[in-house]
Design a protein around this ligand. Structure first.
Ligand code: CP
Length: 316
């Protein structure tokens, strides 16, 4: 593996999940793998899980981890090529990425979409610029269109908790007061197409995801129908893709409740977190034994450690 900015960078999912399971069983088995190597974590947006789990994964491998909140602590970066920099931007990504590459052996970046400029978001302009100018491997800590580390943790969690060979996994839209990105559902959709599952997406009218991700997937606007016999319910909000970045509905009849979960095959409840209680999901469901969100978040470390291991091994 030379980079990890999309689920498409996974060459063999079974192999990656086997490695993640092995790491989970013995997280400190290779304390010298990352010796004298440095992971630079650059954040343009807030984080709890991604930041701490990826740092912890690096430390478990004996790697140094340095973190910078670029949006508040760094110079304002310019990403446009050939521009006269007479505005607010102080430093061009061309220099910044090359300089950071001298300090770090792997660069990991979180950069959310604008949700107003669809073209810019789809070009993944921040991570693409690092890929272009950095001299070391780049990891996405969530970009405009994908959150691949989350998707690896999600796949690992489903593999651990499934009780049937071909579980039914449902990705359901749920209401939220803010306009949220498409990165988590997009990567989850890609991952479920790689995994051995019966996958269904359910969302209200106007919330279709980019068809480049959902092509071939069963999609219904009937949430009850989708929940029938499900083994996993993965709840997530996203803003409209077609009416880009807009909130078209806050319909709480889409909130995941005990009544909805009763339609399932005693399904496990999943969410990437952070989650808005009693908007996305009721307290009752989130606090129930069927909720595996904490275990899912725990798997972020082992997913990140598996990806770091692959990148470090490739660098040998
Ligand atoms: N799921 C996730 O990416 O969490 P954070 O935003 O807290 O990193």
């Amino acid at each position: 593996m030379k980079k990890f900015t999309t689920v498409d960078d996974i060459q063999d999912l079974d192999d990656l999940l086997t490695l993640a399971k092995k790491i989970k069983a013995a997280p400190f088995a290779h304390p010298k793998k990352g010796k004298n190597k440095t992971l630079g974590l650059l954040f343009f947006n807030p984080s709890l899980r991604t930041r701490l789990s990826t740092q912890k994964a690096a430390l478990n491998l004996g790697m140094n981890a340095i973190v910078m909140n670029l949006n508040t602590e760094g110079w304002t970066l310019e990403f446009e090529e050939g521009i006269v920099m007479d505005g607010n931007s102080v430093e061009h990504i061309k220099e910044a990425a090359q300089v950071v590459s001298q300090y770090c052996d792997i660069i990991a970046i979180r950069s959310f979409p604008t949700l107003t400029d669809k073209q810019k978001d789809e070009e993944e302009h921040v991570i693409s610029a690092f890929l272009k100018y950095a001299a070391v491997p780049v990891i996405s800590l969530e970009g405009s269109s994908e959150h691949p580390l989350q998707a690896v943790a999600d796949a690992l969690t489903i593999a651990e908790y499934k009780t049937v060979q071909l579980p039914k996994v449902v990705l359901t839209w749920a209401p939220h007061p803010k306009a949220l990105p498409h990165a988590v559902p997009n990567s989850f959709v890609k991952m479920m197409q790689l995994a051995n599952v019966d996958f269904v997406i359910t969302h209200p009218e106007g919330y279709a995801l980019n068809t480049e991700f959902t092509n071939g997937v069963t999609i219904t606007q009937d949430q009850d129908e989708a929940f029938a016999n499900a083994d996993f319910i993965y709840a997530k909000n996203w803003s409209s893709y077609n009416d880009y970045g807009k909130i078209l509905s806050k319909d709480t009849s889409w909130t995941v409740t005990t009544e909805k979960m009763a339609l399932t095959n005693n399904a496990k409840f999943m969410h990437c977190l952070p989650v808005r209680r009693n908007m996305i999901v009721t307290d009752e469901v989130l606090d129930s034994d069927n909720s595996i969100v904490i275990a899912q978040a725990n798997n972020r470390t082992f997913a990140a450690q598996a990806v770091l291991t692959k990148l470090l091994d490739n660098g040998k």
